[in-house]
Design a protein around this ligand. Structure first.
Ligand code: ADP
Ligand code: AMP
Length: 217
């Protein structure tokens, strides 16, 4: 299964992506996670990405596209993958089409998670992540069992630098300007499935798997 999950910041992409990747036994490729990992390791890529991430802006297309290209040729993507947070611009979507064409592949579905703006801000501002393994929590909607400690690896649970309210508002603006056109892009190609992301986490997951199916039909 070759999937993309898209939606505004805080819609629940990362939360669902972990569950979907497990369900379909495919690698979860999050460009945001790749940048955060690089930043943690202090690589030039991480430091470059930080300049944009901290301002709520998108990292330049050519940087992101190279990373995704390099990732998709890895062996574990042969039988499928789930892209989370990529593509985010029409130029990225075009580039992805070309990369997949060169590999004689195409996308099976693009999952769009739909959530109202007020809910997004609440979700992103209350989001907490494990500094060790990246697991995602929410202070109200999905708290870790012990405050400040990850359920998975016992790492420290922290707030992302770009989850301050003013940065979240900027990220939503950038989404509306640069990423929203992708809904039409994938709708016109017959790939889009839109899911109401305002239900609770498990219900959203069930709606996604029902819409995506087994991949054999
Ligand atoms: P995205 O990857 O789209 O930015 P996340 O998956 O990180 O979003 O989710 C944003 C925040 O909202 C996280 O704190 C997560 O725990 C919480 N969350 C995700 N899905 C739901 C949901 N269906 N209901 C309530 N909270 C949710
Ligand atoms: P995310 O973890 O998906 O919320 O992404 C966090 C930040 O990483 C974004 O606000 C961008 O600055 C950057 N980023 C992640 N994916 C992309 C992408 N496909 N294109 C440009 N920037 C991205």
């Amino acid at each position: 299964m070759r999937l993309v999950i898209m939606g505004p910041p805080g819609a629940g992409k990362g939360t669902q992506a972990v569950m979907i990747a497990e369900e379909y036994s495919i690698p979860h490729i999050s460009t945001g996670d790749i940048f955060r990992k690089n930043l943690k390791e202090g690589t030039p890529l991480g430091l470059k990405a930080k300049e944009y991430m901290d301002k709520g802006l998108l990292v330049p297309d050519e940087v992101v596209v190279e990373i995704v290209k390099d990732r998709l040729v890895k062996d574990d993507c042969k039988d499928g993958f789930l892209l989370d947070g990529f593509p985010r611009t029409v130029a990225q979507a075009n580039a992805l089409d070309h990369v997949l064409e060169d590999m004689n592949m195409g996308l099976d579905k693009v999952i769009n998670i739909d959530v109202d703006k007020d809910v997004l801000i609440q979700r992103a501002v209350g989001r907490r992540v494990c500094a060790g393994c990246g697991a995602t929590y929410h202070v109200r909607f999905n708290p870790s069992k012990k405050v400040g400690e990850c359920d998975v690896c016992a790492g420290k649970v922290i707030q992302r630098d770009d989850d301050r309210e003013e940065t979240v508002v900027k990220r939503i603006e950038v989404y509306l300007e640069q990423t929203l056109p992708l809904i039409q892009y994938y709708k016109s190609r017959g790939l889009l499935v839109s899911i109401n992301g305002e239900h609770e986490i498990q219900r959203v997951f069930e709606d996604i798997t029902r819409a995506v199916g087994s991949g054999s039909e």
